[in-house]
Design a protein around this ligand. Structure first.
Ligand code: SAM
Length: 322
């Protein structure tokens, strides 16, 4: 995703006060540790294949040892933005060449990467931050590898999706990752309508500029639900706010636009929400029958309760028969 260099470079800038967290050599200065033993420096050590490497979402201490070794051992690193990944590579003294692979050149570059893989090279794929393919490029490359019989090897690590879920204090047994919602309110509400009845915790990536509007649409469409706004995870100004959607929408509407990166986690539909709605519809139909025909009652209730006409009409006929 194109962003300005200053913002992008910040992603890999360690939060002050967190410099020593999990550094490869146990907490001394990064460049010193990176200059230490090169575990996989000689090319040809890694078996051929596409290595999907997760990188930190803000705190360099989250870089895994395996990610460092793989990036060092790969023949080439395919990355969204060489300037952003360059900062990361410099921090860990990784000298592997980079090749840009992003939304705008992917169709052109993918065959070149496949050709290298078919020639037996080890190619590492990283995104600007977090896990590639998660609202980031990579899916079509992995699919092309699958079709060509080339091995894809995952190196799990940071992702804002899982970090947010870990602290949202909402159920994690069933989760739907919805990525970014549309930027226009109409399309956003349509997408939310499609998610409304899901009994699964919903996870959205959101820009700080759209946060207040999105929360307002969520409150309108999804109704009274608990949610968590998780901002700047793993960074210095990390913040998790848990409240109802309506309260969060009001709070962010009243405040200046927040800074940084945001994940919104929203409770799923209550298990009995559909039942409650059905009871409400039956009651509304019974009331309407007092003054209207079955057809008119169904139309009025469908309109008033924002329900599909055909479903409400079928229910109205069943009730009228009784
Ligand atoms: N591939 C990445 C991952 O695994 O999380 C996500 C890339 S997506 C282009 C960027 C979005 O992820 C941001 O707009 C924000 O919604 C979320 N994000 C990334 N880093 C974050 C952080 N440190 N705190 C909160 N949200 C973050």
């Amino acid at each position: 995703m194109p962003r300005s260099i200053s913002k992008k470079a910040q992603k890999h800038n360690q939060a002050p006060g967190r410099l020593n967290v999990g550094q490869p050599n146990g907490g001394t200065n990064v460049s010193k540790s990176a200059a230490g033993p090169k575990l996989n420096a000689a090319k040809g050590i890694l078996p051929p294949g596409l290595y999907i490497v997760a990188t930190p979402i803000g705190n360099l201490g989250d870089m895994t040892q395996r990610a460092i070794e793989t990036l060092r051992g790969a023949d080439v690193i395919a990355c969204e933005d060489t300037r952003v990944t360059g900062v990361l590579l410099q921090r860990f003294a990784i000298a592997t060449p980079m090749t840009p692979y992003h939304d705008h050149n992917a169709d052109h570059v993918r065959p070149q990467i496949l050709a290298r893989l078919q020639a037996g090279e080890a190619v590492a794929l990283v995104s600007d931050a977090g896990t590639p393919l998660i609202s980031d490029p990579g899916y079509k490359l992995v699919r092309a590898c699958a079709e060509a019989g080339i091995k894809a090897i995952p190196l799990p690590g940071p992702s804002a999706l899982l970090a947010a879920l870990a602290v949202a204090a909402l159920p994690t047994n069933r989760v739907l990752f919805a990525g970014f919602l549309p930027s226009k309110s109409g399309a956003r509400c349509e997408d939310l309508m499609a998610l409304k009845s899901l009994q699964a915790t919903l996870v959205f990536y959101e820009s700080p500029q759209r946060l207040a509007d999105s929360l307002a649409d969520m409150a309108t469409v999804l109704g009274q639900r608990n949610a968590a706004v998780c901002r700047e995870l793993t960074k210095l100004y990390e913040e998790v706010r848990r409240d109802s959607l309506a309260n969060l929408a009001q709070a962010y509407a009243d405040e200046p636009t927040p800074k940084g990166e945001v994940v919104v986690v929203v409770a799923g539909a209550a298990p009995d929400q559909e039942k409650t709605e059905a009871i409400d519809i039956d009651q509304a139909l019974q009331d309407a029958f007092k003054t209207m025909s079955v057809r008119d009652a169904a139309a009025a209730v469908a309109e008033a309760m924002n329900q599909p006409r055909r479903t409400v009409y079928a229910r109205a006929l069943a009730l009228a028969k009784k």
